[in-house]
Design a protein around this ligand. Structure first.
Ligand SMILES: NC(=O)C1=CN([C@@H]2O[C@H](COP(=O)(O)OP(=O)(O)OC[C@H]3O[C@@H](n4cnc5c(N)ncnc54)[C@H](OP(=O)(O)O)[C@@H]3O)[C@@H](O)[C@H]2O)C=CC1
Ligand SMILES: CCCCC/C=C\CC(=O)/C=C/C=C/C=C/[C@@H](O)CCCC(=O)O
Length: 329
């Protein structure tokens, strides 16, 4: 019998999550039935969506949602061999049983030397978010100017690099000088620390005096209310996330956006990356190629130890990460 460890949501979050909102449980797993396989998590993802989704989709006592790279430990399913790795959506657990239907094989051309944890970041859901958000929502064209916030993160850092590959000028902002340095290192044309500029409006204008054709918004809130006033005519805003709002206890009332929307004839479109589930193979193939060619650089913020998952999650929400935040079991 295998004993799995699992993190459950002990108490719904009020404002920023606290470690006391989580509980560590031990779960005795049964023996496998025909067609089943036993897996152990090797890397686990901590993502911003877990904060709003936990409020909407979870009840207290549920195992925290999330994805992982897992290794097959035992198999009674001929489609899965012991020792192979897969991407799963089994939540914050060290071990779990699957019938194989919810598992994603690694691409056959995944280089042995490439860290498999990238399947949780640049060559996974966040990378696909950047890929489809830019191509299908922003519909960026060469020569355009793209703005991205939370730019040093899992999604934002890929947005900027893909936009550069697409021949755009890219402006990014992030919450530390180290992150700004990282943005310049990976090719952003302009980057600034939104926490230290005296005026966000002035910083945006200085970075691109002619304004922005596309705004890939990961943050929402006051940043978006200011940035929208610097969109060019017929600009496009991809509403990817609103992390500035996930942990607020009192819903904020921002300035209203209708005036710039009308005068600049803007398009603003929200999206969830699972919309393109049937094209994930296309996106993963493109992202893997760019990573292998060195055209897209990756960075991971690794927290060691399953017992530190809550801390890793809270740290990511507070901006401690450059690149994709993951936990190494
Ligand atoms: N629509 C979709 O399908 C998807 C949407 N998303 C969204 O994309 C966004 C980025 O996700 P992801 O790349 O995984 O996360 P990141 O790796 O970017 O980590 C989150 C980052 O958000 C920034 N942040 C946190 N709080 C604030 C705040 N109050 N104001 C401004 N920035 C803040 C921090 O960076 P900093 O130092 O810059 O403050 C932090 O590092 C999130 O909003 C997420 O919900 C992600 C995946 C799919
Ligand atoms: C203040 C309201 C915020 C609403 C927007 C919330 C989140 C946007 C976002 O980050 C969406 C992310 C979607 C991620 C999808 C991931 C899937 O691959 C796996 C989902 C988890 C699971 O199925 O277990």
């Amino acid at each position: 019998m295998v004993t799995a460890k699992a993190w459950v949501l002990k108490k719904h979050f009020e404002g920023f999550p606290k470690t006391s909102d989580f509980d560590l449980k031990m779960i005795e797993l049964p023996n496998l039935k025909d067609g089943e396989l036993l897996l152990e998590s090797v890397f686990l993802s901590v993502d911003p969506y877990m904060r709003p989704y936990s409020q909407r989709d979870m009840k207290e006592g549920d195992i925290m949602i999330g994805t992982q790279v897992a290794r097959i430990v035992e198999s009674k399913n001929p489609a899965f061999t012991v020792g192979a790795f897969v991407v799963a959506r089994s939540g914050w657990r060290t071990h779990f049983i699957s019938d194989g239907k919810d598992l994603q094989h690694f691409p056959s051309n995944w280089p042995e030397s490439l860290p498999k944890s990238l399947a949780l970041g640049t060559v996974g859901m966040p990378g696909l978010t950047a890929y489809f958000g830019l191509l299908e929502v922003c519909k960026v064209k060469p020569g355009e100017t793209v703005l991205v916030n939370a730019a040093a993160g899992a999604v934002g850092s890929v947005v900027g690099q893909l936009a550069k590959i697409g021949g755009c000028k890219v402006v990014g902002c992030a919450g530390s000088d180290d992150k700004v340095a990282y943005l310049k290192k990976i090719g952003f044309d302009e980057a600034f620390n939104y926490k230290t500029v005296t005026s966000l409006d002035e910083a945006l204008r200085k970075a691109s005096p002619d304004g922005y054709d596309c705004f890939f918004d990961n943050v929402g809130g006051e940043f978006a209310s200011i940035a929208i006033n610097q969109m060019k005519k017929y600009g496009r805003i991809a509403v990817c996330g609103a992390i500035s709002q996930y942990n607020v206890s009192v819903p904020q009332k921002g300035p209203y956006m209708q005036v710039p929307m009308i005068f600049q004839e803007l398009q603003m479109k929200g999206f969830i990356v699972t919309r393109w589930n049937n094209r994930w193979e296309e996106g993963l193939k493109a992202l893997l190629k760019w990573v292998v060619e060195g055209k897209v650089k990756c960075h991971e913020h690794v927290t060691e130890g399953f017992e530190n998952m809550p801390t890793a999650f809270i740290g990511m929400l507070k901006g401690e990460n450059i690149g994709k935040a993951i936990v190494k079991v």
